[in-house]
Design a binder for this molecule. Structure first.
Ligand SMILES: Nc1ncnc2c1ncn2[C@@H]1O[C@H](COP(=O)(O)OP(=O)(O)O)[C@@H](O)[C@H]1O
Ligand SMILES: [Mg+2]
Length: 438
């Protein structure tokens, strides 16, 4: 398609290509060796080199929440810090709006950071002697914005994160969750289009954390920022991420939507990892629906309805109008008596109340309706029947969940895994993450 390539580039806010970050004085030499096929273990063994990011390539689209997920020590922070050259990459390129950061001078880089990128960390460094308002406006102060404008922007940002009225308080007067919101407000106040968030919610307790997650999703919907969100928590990743990159030992193992990853894990490692997630919240009706078979256009009439039910061995049918508009359901006993009495229309037999669900309904919310309804649940978009969820598909999708979710704590994924191969894999992970704990 002509012009497609250009369009595509415009939509990519960030482009990371073949990025390496290898710590240690032999970093560059290690890079050459790795490029020539030497294994990471060998490199670690014989050189002063610690490969933290190995050949990472991905794009982040404008307005996307892109999550990088992996256990502690997998290289997430190194990766995200390379993205604004807080860490100098060993090799590879990082482009923002088509500008390669690795080619910028320190001065150009500083300007680009101020204009385009904000960063939010796990433990947000608020200044204890600055008020909430001053803390929020700090990023603008650095930029040299005038006082009145700073105040306006900071107040706006505080309102966005639900902290209006708190501007004159000091950090010690705020709860941890509120302090983290000030951190977020500071990033929002600077008006940069890109937010890099490194475990920004990981230190919060679960309720506040959920609240912050929801707030981020809402804010992002309004502001259309491009967000790179780092987390070790798969449930958080699945909730927030438009797309998710899963990292292990510096490598990106898989990039995809939550559903891609849940349904088609690319590696054994990813498969083991996703056993933690609560599938019933992530998988949707749309992802497990199939073609409806027990369906008939209403104008076909009662005899055709009876024949279809016999053929398909069902005792009810969904009826549709023009363009697949779902009209309701008819039941075999009523259709049979209509045929006996010579009735030629199906209209009087239609029961319009059906437990229709949307494509985006989480499968957790389908169970009750599914148990109470004799047909596969109809999936409806804008009134049209687009598919059905048979009960068996629902049960199978839920059954794939081997293990209930417990995604708390760095590296805590070993509980309740039954598959020995996966267990081994996870133990390996556990060892490497324990040894790199800070
Ligand atoms: N400054 C550093 N010097 C040497 N090794 C480092 C440094 N920072 C991180 N590493 C190592 O790089 C690997 C990835 O660390 P990091 O990027 O912090 O992972 P994550 O954020 O996923 O926990 C770890 O093995 C860590 O020990
Ligand atoms: Mg980290």
């Amino acid at each position: 398609m002509p012009g497609y390539g250009v369009m595509h580039n415009l939509m990519n806010k960030l482009e990371i290509k073949n990025l390496y970050k290898i710590f240690g004085k032999d970093g560059l030499r290690a890079y050459e060796l790795i490029r020539n096929g030497v294994s990471l273990d060998e490199v670690r063994g014989c050189l002063d080199a610690f490969p933290a990011v190995v050949d990472a390539s991905f794009d982040v689209k404008e307005g996307e929440i892109f999550v990088v997920m992996g256990l502690s020590g997998s290289g997430k922070s190194s990766l995200v810090r390379c993205m604004n050259r807080l860490y100098e990459p060993t090799a590879g390129s990082i482009s923002i709006d088509g500008v390669d950061l690795t080619r910028l001078s320190q001065k150009e880089l500083r300007r680009l950071r101020l204009e385009k990128i904000s960063m939010v960390f796990q433990h947000f460094a608020l200044f204890p002697h600055y008020s909430v308002l001053e803390n929020t406006g700090w990023g603008l102060e650095v930029k040299g914005v005038d006082k009145a404008a700073i105040k306006t922007k900071a107040l706006e940002a505080l309102e966005m994160v639900g902290l209006s009225g708190w501007e004159d308080k000091y950090p010690h007067q705020l709860s941890g969750g509120m302090q983290q919101r000030v951190g977020l407000a500071r990033a929002l106040a600077t008006d940069t289009n890109i937010l890099l968030m490194d475990e920004a919610f990981s230190a919060l307790d679960p309720l506040i954390r959920n609240e912050m997650q929801q707030q981020l999703v809402m804010l992002q919907g309004d502001l259309q920022k491009t967000v790179v969100f780092i987390t070790h928590d798969l449930n958080e990743a699945m909730y927030l991420g438009d797309r998710i990159a899963i990292m292990k030992d510096g490598h990106i193992e898989q990039i995809g939507t939550a559903e891609d990853i849940l349904r088609n894990p690319a590696t054994e490692y990813v498969a083991a990892f996703i056993e933690q997630v609560d599938r019933s919240r992530v998988l949707t009706a749309g992802s497990i629906m199939s073609e409806p078979v027990a369906v008939l256009p209403i104008w076909e009439g009662p005899s055709a309805a009876l024949r279809t039910m016999r053929e398909r061995q069902v005792s009810a049918l969904h009826l549709v109008g023009p363009k697949q508009y779902l009209l309701g359901v008819v039941y075999a006993d009523e259709v049979i008596s209509a045929v006996r009495t010579g009735e030629s229309e199906l209209e009087p037999l239609v029961h319009p109340e059906v437990p229709a669900v949307g494509q985006s309904t989480p499968i957790a919310d389908l169970l009750v309706s599914s148990a109470e309804y004799m047909l596969p649940l109809p999936v409806v978009e804008e009134g049209k029947l687009v598919g059905v969820v048979p009960r068996v598909a629902l049960l199978m999708a839920l059954g794939e969940r081997v293990n209930a979710s417990n995604g708390n704590g760095d590296g805590d994924v070993s509980a309740g895994v039954s598959n020995p191969a996966r267990e081994r894999e996870l133990q390996t992970v556990g060892v490497s993450s324990a040894s790199s704990a800070k």
